[in-house]
Structure formats: structure tokens, C-alpha cells
Design a protein around this ligand. Structure first.
Ligand code: UT7
Length: 321
């Protein structure tokens, strides 16, 4: 059977690192509150000339280098973002242009913090059905540009960045490696808990992020544990089989609670929320790349990706490396 194999990963962060203490000079908050409630210690914020597409391109180049592949062999780019450089064209097309790999398929998907999972599921399906052979799957965001910097309940939580993986089609046995199962979910009932209060078709402005954090938190733990269970069931595996959980990095307490619900030890969870904060669609591939580059995630490992975000959207994907 044709399965999508993960051949390499890469990531990119803006130059400027902003600590909790820096933010305490700006809004009524403290390092203690942010660390205790979220686990976040710092985040990277895009400066002049740094955009979603420049970060995405840097992450994509590093992923291609890691895979030992030339950009010209890429026939699909799926990029997840809620903060595109422009309303259109898709950021994916500008990454394609920067990499110099014209002519293939390139488009964006928008599922906010679950964006990378939606992009991965889409690229995997296109590879399985033969529409593409080599894909870049990218999560890239500049959430700093849609934050209300006067609102302490949201501005301390997010950061900017990008992560990318390269997928390649390979004919393998049924129990062979590759993306094994992906489950994606959405429930539009909860828009008011997490949304941006502007857009091209309503206010004609970009708008600012609004979130009722406590309610989002409650839904996240329940939805993530459920979708992780469903993804494992789909391939007849159990939580103990997992080598690494690579979760969306919103809050260290959500990571702990989800791992506890599944009965997984915290040592199996890749955590980058302390360094990167919540980078929305970029957080899962950023965390994956960190785990690969520091030598924890190795060939042969069973890895589960999971995320939950605005919409609500949520999902999980299981891959044998
Ligand atoms: O990526 C998409 C998914 N997003 C998430 O998963 C986010 C999920 N939610 C969370 O991570 C947490 O709910 C937050 C970190 C956003 C908030 O933590 P919490 O423990 O739920 O706090 P809270 O919102 O209930 O606020 C507790 C108190 C409030 O004060 P009062 O009303 O108790 O006096 C807030 O006003 O903390 C106050 N507060 C702050 N204090 C200092 C809120 N933000 C801050 C702040 N600094 N930055």
C-alpha cells in the first residue's frame, strides 16, 4: 500500500525573543502568573521583514536539507496558517516561489491551532490517492500581529514561528512505516470562545484575537483525549505503544492533563511551550523538529501528533517513522 513517509523536518523562529519579564513591563502581569498558569517562559516575536511566508520558507528549506531533497522534486505544498501575509494569494504559493519549485500544487488550509493536523491529513490523502509524490507540509504563523497587546489574558500566551516536514510516497506492507491514521474533527458551535473580531468579509480589517481561555481549556482536555483514543483504535494500537506525543503547545497544564487521561508518563511528551509559547499551527511541527534534532525522536518510533484550536477544530495523527 502507498503510505506517506516523513523524510525530514525543519523549523524557524523570529530573531527577537521576548521574556515574561519583558511583557510585565507592558501589561499588568508577572513571570510567576504566566509560568504557573501556562508553563510559558518566553516567546519569539516577528520583527520588520519577518512574515509568515519568510518563516515558512526558512523552515521548508531546513526540512528539505534534512531530507536531502531538491525543492524542484516537490509537487505539493500544503501550508496551515491563520495569519497569512495577505488575504490572498495563499502563503503556500509564495513559499513555492521562494523555493523555486513552480508548477506543482500549492494551497493554504485554515484550522487555526489544528491547522497542521488538517494540512497533514490533506497531504497524506493526496499522496495515498496518487495526486502527489513529494509534499511539504508546513505550519506557519505570526500571531503577534493579531494580538491585542493591551489584553493581558491573551497577549502573554502566543508567539510566532514555523515548522515543516517533507512527506514522500512509498509502497510499504500494511504494518510498514508512514502516516498510519489521522482523525480530524470540528464543532462550529463554539466560535465565541476563540475567534478574531475582524476579517475581509465583515469589518474589512484584520481584527484581534479574543478568547475565553478557561472554557477553551475544558474542551481541549476532553476533545484531545477522545480523538487520540479514536486514532489509536483505528489501527488497533494502545497508548502504551506510543513512543512520543507531539502535542499542540498551548498550555503545559493541558499537556499534563491529556497525558494523565491517556495514562502516558510526562517523559513521553515533547514540550516546547516554555520556549515558544503557543504558535498556533506552527507549534506541532516546531515541537516535532525540536524532538528530532535533540535526538529523542528516532527512526522506527511511533509518534502521535495532536492539536485543538479555534472553530473548534481538533485532531490527531499517528505515524511510524
Ligand atoms: O491554542 C488554542 C487553544 N487555546 C488554549 O488551549 C488555551 C486554553 N486556556 C488556557 O490555557 C488557560 O485558560 C489560560 C492560560 C488562558 C488562563 O488560565 P486560567 O487558569 O484559566 O485563568 P483564568 O482565565 O481563569 O484567570 C484567572 C485570573 C483572573 O483574575 P480573577 O478574575 O480571578 O481576579 C484573570 O483576570 O487570572 C487573571 N489573569 C492574569 N493575571 C496576571 C488573566 N491573565 C493574566 C495575566 N497575568 N496575564
Amino acid at each position: 500500500m502507498i503510505r506517506a513517509q516523513i523524510r525530514g523536518s525543519g523549523s524557524a523562529l523570529p530573531k527577537q525573543c521576548v521574556t515574561n519579564a519583558d511583557l510585565a513591563d507592558r501589561v499588568d502581569t508577572s513571570d510567576e502568573w504566566i509560568v504557573e498558569r501556562t508553563g510559558i517562559r518566553q516567546r519569539y516575536i516577528a520583527g520588520e521583514g519577518e512574515t509568515t511566508s519568510t518563516l515558512a520558507t526558512e523552515a521548508a528549506r531546513k526540512a528539505l536539507d534534512a531530507a536531502g531533497m531538491d525543492p524542484s522534486s516537490i509537487d505539493l505544498i500544503v501550508l496551515a496558517t491563520a495569519t497569512p501575509d495577505n488575504t490572498f494569494p495563499a502563503v503556500a504559493t509564495q513559499v513555492q516561489r521562494a523555493l523555486g519549485c513552480r508548477g506543482g500544487i500549492a494551497f493554504d488550509v485554515q484550522a487555526v491551532c489544528t491547522g497542521f493536523l488538517y494540512a497533514l491529513g490533506t497531504a497524506d490523502s493526496m499522496i495515498r490517492t496518487g495526486m502527489a509524490k513529494r509534499a511539504l507540509v508546513i505550519g506557519a504563523e505570526t500571531f503577534s500581529r493579531i494580538l491585542d497587546w493591551e489584553d493581558r489574558t491573551t497577549c502573554v500566551l502566543f508567539g510566532d514561528g514555523a515548522g515543516a516536514i517533507v512527506l514522500e510516497a512509498e509502497d510499504v506492507a500494511e504494518d510498514g512505516p508512514g502516516i498510519m491514521a489521522t482523525k480530524l474533527r470540528a464543532d462550529g458551535e463554539h466560535k465565541d470562545l476563540l475567534y478574531v473580531d475582524g476579517g475581509p468579509s465583515t469589518t474589512g480589517t484584520v481584527g484581534k484575537l479574543r478568547m475565553k481561555g478557561r472554557e477553551v481549556f475544558r474542551h481541549a482536555v476532553v476533545n484531545l483525549a477522545e480523538v487520540l483514543g479514536e486514532t489509536l483504535d483505528a489501527v488497533g494500537l494502545v497508548a502504551e505503544d506510543i513512543d512520543w506525543v507531539v502535542p499542540h503547545q498551548a498550555n503545559a497544564r493541558i499537556l499534563d492533563a491529556t497525558a494523565r487521561k491517556l495514562g502516558l508518563p510526562p517523559e513521553k511528551v515533547i514540550v516546547t511551550v516554555d520556549r515558544h509559547a503557543n504558535t498556533s499551527a506552527a507549534s506541532v511541527p516546531l515541537a516535532f523538529d525540536a524532538g528530532v534534532r535533540d535526538g529523542r525522536i528516532k527512526p522506527g518510533d511511533l509518534v502521535v501528533f495532536e492539536a485543538m484550536g479555534g472553530g473548534f477544530t481538533w485532531g490527531a495523527s499517528l505515524a511510524r517513522l
